[in-house]
Design a protein around this ligand. Sequence first.
Ligand SMILES: [Zn+2]
Ligand SMILES: [Zn+2]
Length: 570
Amino acid sequence: MSSLWLDDHDLRVGLCFKGGGELKKAVDWCSLKGQQKCVIRETAKDEYIFECIRWKCKWSLGAARMEKHGLVEIIKYTGPHTCPPVDPEDIKSEFEADEIERVVRVKPTQTVAELKKWWKNKIGYELETSDVQSAKMEAIKRVFGDWDQSFEDLPKLMSVFHSSNGLLVDWKYHLFPNPKFASFCGVFWAFPQSIEGFQYCRPLIVVDTKNLNGKYQMKLMIASGVDAANNYFPLAFAVTKEVSTDIWRWFLTGIREKVTQRKHLCLISSPHPDIVAVINEPGSLWQEPWAYHKFCLSHLCSQFNNAFQDYYLEDLVKLAGSTSKKEEFDSFMKDIKKYNLEAQNWLDQFSQNQWALAHDNGQRYGIMEIDTTSLFAVCKGFGLADHVVTGSVLLLFDELRSSFDKSFNCSRSSLNCGDVYTKPVLDKLGEFRTSSVTYIVMPLDNNTFQVETPSQKDEWIVQLSNCTCSCGEFQRCKFPCLHALAVCKKLKFNPLQYVDDCYTLELLKRTYAATFSPVPEISAWPKVSEVPRLLPPVIPPPPPAQSPPPANKVSGTKRRATPRTTKKKS
Ligand SMILES: [Zn+2]
Ligand SMILES: [Zn+2]
């Protein structure tokens, strides 16, 4: 027996409505009363299915126009809501978040732009990019946020990136007695889009590691080039259970095998003994002439300070490392030696051209320190996804794709405006143009010029023919310093002819020219056969606590950290 719906009725099977519009009003009214929100999921002609917007809520309602009476009748009803009521103010944003989560569950690699477009088509109004971004991030966190599940999911994700985008992957794991299972030790990956772009970057790679928080306290490793605008260009990543000599060998070999075989690469890293040991191993492709191994000056200084616990000495080392003048370097070294002979011996374990700008032959392009914040900026998803690996890698893919798009479009529009060189070069030209100093330029023999300030306090020697200035900056950065610009102005030469090609917008554009392909939805992800079922890393139990030595023994000893532990500047 059917009856018509009245406002005070609850919904139930058998209720009839004149049409779909009236049914919808009734559903809306009941939702409003209960502070819930329901949407029509699918409708065929004269068929209606409503569901609660919250994906875990079981509430649903089905109705159809029945031939026997010509009315729309509720034929299926699952209620009441299992979700708690919400403040109407929050309903909209929760609705948006849940709808986006629904998509992320199916297609977690949809870009923010794709999600926005999908939303507009389906729901009819436009969402803010930042709202979609944060909704997607939250959804990834909810869907892929389980730590232990993450190790099982990761091979699937890597393999779909491989099949869709050619991702290069290398796994490290320990097999269990049953070889169908293994515990995770590490995964290395590099996108071919980055590898392609790197050939347009200067021959320089920066490597570093970062501790990941979260349940398993793993490490994130990164290798990055530097693009024409002096920004980091991410090349390869690894997540590992720990960092050791073995892991560094695996990571650096991975770069040589999968990312670049270029000769004369400058490699900038921390002077950590694990890295130094691997690079100095016989047969390593990170030695001359394949590569020049250099140290990040701030990593070197903090390692130095771990050994000597002396900020005055550390400052001297920093000054010695960053001056481009050999005489100044020598004088700082003299001071260090006078102050502490041990300190000089410590520094002598490294070749001076590994850490001192004055002894660098331009291989570092003036890059003395690793800016870890910028270096790991592309990995910010690791923090946002609570460091759960699968979710973090998904967000990294987003970040990488959008940085490619952004840099490509920026360089293209600058090129279209007729620009040729990137910001660092233009900034230097601007600095010269607005400088209040008028340099006095005097020709000496042999295409050599002496440049002086009017007070004659400072003077520099510039040789345009071999792109050098006694200030060191010209040869170090490979574009004219202020003094060389003064010479160019005097001679009416175009200074841009002395700018290294690595700073051109054309190369910047090519660096980011590769495109990423869409990734299929989860149901179409390939089956993983090359990796056993991965379980979380095995973390050795902490060593039994040792009873502390008697207090009187400690008091006289100056505490020294071992140089093995590298403290990172945050
Ligand atoms: Zn509900
Ligand atoms: Zn100069």
